[in-house]
Structures are given as structure tokens and as C-alpha cells.
Design a protein around this ligand. Structure first.
Ligand SMILES: [Zn+2]
Length: 267
């Protein structure tokens, strides 16, 4: 028995040495593997950022990349709203959060024509006032008949229309709450809701000059499939002068949806 024990000792020592070496190797290599894993994750993140940078669009902190649009632009979500290359999109496919409000509202005057206690985005209101002033020197009278509408106001408005005309009909001319661009504070209806507005002298002037102030005719004629809404001669949306002039297209308005490469359909 004693003889056997003596023989076994070197085997046990050797085994212990091998186990120790394996343990050491594992301890040394494991963190390296983790670092490798992290590096790969970072590479993936960088790839997404790079993709966005390729089209000269820099995301803000907290802005979430969602997908490329049909025109290879960048659909993102930021602060309760969807954007395509920084242009806010609100339609039947892209709703605002119920709590969304204009981020920088114009509060210097109270305008009896504005809807509710809160106002249009400041830039939009200033551009409108500038357009209104220029129009008035030529004898044209511009009034906002509906500007910012809160989520809550839109709930009541849509429900009233749906009760009166049915949901299918209401969906062609009124937005469900959250899906109305009026909640953005970036758009307004002009001089009531007159389908022939753009055939009036005032409307003709607005149609030809609105883009110079950064406004687009948001729901052009024969673009119902793209915008998801009937033609609205009175609804203008601020997108900035450069884009507005592109979309004006010598009077043959390009829809915002077709330019940004997005749909407008309820799910
Ligand atoms: Zn409108």
C-alpha cells in the first residue's frame, strides 16, 4: 500500500500543475474575450452612425435611428415625434406622442384666430407674420383659422366627425388624435376651409409665394394616395425655405411624403 502511494504522488503533482496552468490561461483569456465582444458591439454601433453620416445627417443626442426611407433618408424618433433627415413627419403612419407640444411656442401676442391656449412654433409664427405683412401691402388679407391643436382637442374634433359621417369618411379629411399635423405647431389653415381658396386672388398669391417663407401646400391636388388626405387648399406647413422651394416645383407641388420616401396609412 505504501509503495503505491509513493508512486501516485508525482501524478497528483503533475495533475495539479496542469490544472493550475489551465486555470491561469482561462483567467488571462476571459477578459480578452469580453473586450473582443465589446469591440464588436461598438463596431456595430459605429456602422449605424456611419450610415447616417453618409447622407450628411447628424443625429442629436437621444435621437433614435429607426430605418432608411424609400428615398434613402434617415427615419428617426426624437422627443415624441418622427423625423426624416430632421424634417418632422406627422401623418397616418407617423403619430406624435399624446403629450407632444410645440417645443418653442410663440407667446408674444394672443391671436383670436388661434385654437386653444397654446400657440404655433415661434419660427413658424414669425414666418407667417412676415408673409401676412407682405400680403397686406398688396391688399391680401391672411388669417390663420386653425393653428396648433392639442391632442385633446383633436380627440373631440375627430370623434365628432366620425359620429357624424362615419369613421371611413372622417379618415379622408380629419386626423385621428396624435396623427394630426396641427399638434406639431408647424402648420395652419388659412382663411377658413375653402376648397377654392387657391383660385382666389389671395390664394393665388399665397400659392406662388408661400415657399419663399418656408411653407408648403401640405395636401396637394391628386396626391391623396401619397399624403393620405383629400386636397386641402388651406393647409400650409412650415419646412424651411430650401425644402419648400424644392417641393413647390413651379406650382406642381411635390408631396412631403413622396420627397421623404414615407407612406401615410393607418396600420
Ligand atoms: Zn389643417
Amino acid at each position: 500500500m505504501q509503495k503505491r502511494r509513493v508512486k501516485k504522488a508525482p501524478v497528483i503533482i503533475l495533475s495539479l500543475i496542469i490544472i493550475s496552468i489551465i486555470s491561469l490561461v482561462v483567467i488571462i483569456l476571459l477578459p480578452k474575450n469580453n473586450i473582443k465582444k465589446q469591440n464588436n458591439e461598438n463596431k456595430t454601433k459605429n456602422a449605424v452612425t456611419k450610415k447616417v453620416d453618409n447622407t450628411n445627417y447628424d443625429m442629436k443626442e437621444g435621437e433614435e435611428f429607426i430605418s432608411k426611407t424609400k428615398t434613402s433618408m434617415n427615419l428617426t424618433k426624437y422627443n415624441g415625434a418622427y423625423y426624416v433627415d430632421g424634417i418632422m413627419i406627422v401623418n397616418k403612419s407617423y403619430a406624435l406622442d399624446s403629450s407632444y407640444q410645440p417645443q418653442d411656442p410663440y407667446k408674444e401676442i394672443t391671436n383670436e384666430y388661434l385654437y386653444g391656449p397654446e400657440y404655433l412654433d415661434k419660427t413658424v409664427m414669425e414666418k407667417f407674420l412676415s408673409m401676412q405683412k407682405d400680403a397686406s401691402t398688396l391688399g391680401y388679407d391672411l388669417k390663420i383659422s386653425s393653428g396648433y391643436r392639442s391632442y385633446k382637442v383633436q380627440v373631440d374634433l375627430y370623434n365628432n366627425y366620425a359620429a357624424r359621417d362615419g369613421v371611413d369618411a372622417a379618415d379622408t379629411y380629419s386626423a385621428r388624435a396624435g396623427y394630426s399635423e396641427h399638434q406639431s405647431g408647424l402648420c395652419f389653415d388659412l382663411n377658413g376651409t375653402n376648397a377654392n381658396f387657391l383660385e382666389t386672388d389671395t390664394g393665388k398669391w399665397v400659392n406662388e409665394h408661400a415657399a419663399n417663407y418656408g411653407f408648403i401646400l401640405r395636401f396637394p391636388k391628386n396626391k391623396e394616395i401619397e399624403t393620405g388626405y383629400n386636397y386641402e387648399a388651406w393647409h400650409f406647413r412650415y419646412v424651411g425655405e430650401a425644402l419648400a422651394k424644392k417641393l413647390y416645383n413651379n406650382g406642381d407641388w411635390i408631396s412631403l411624403e413622396s420627397y421623404l420616401g414615407v407612406d401615410s396609412k393607418y396600420e
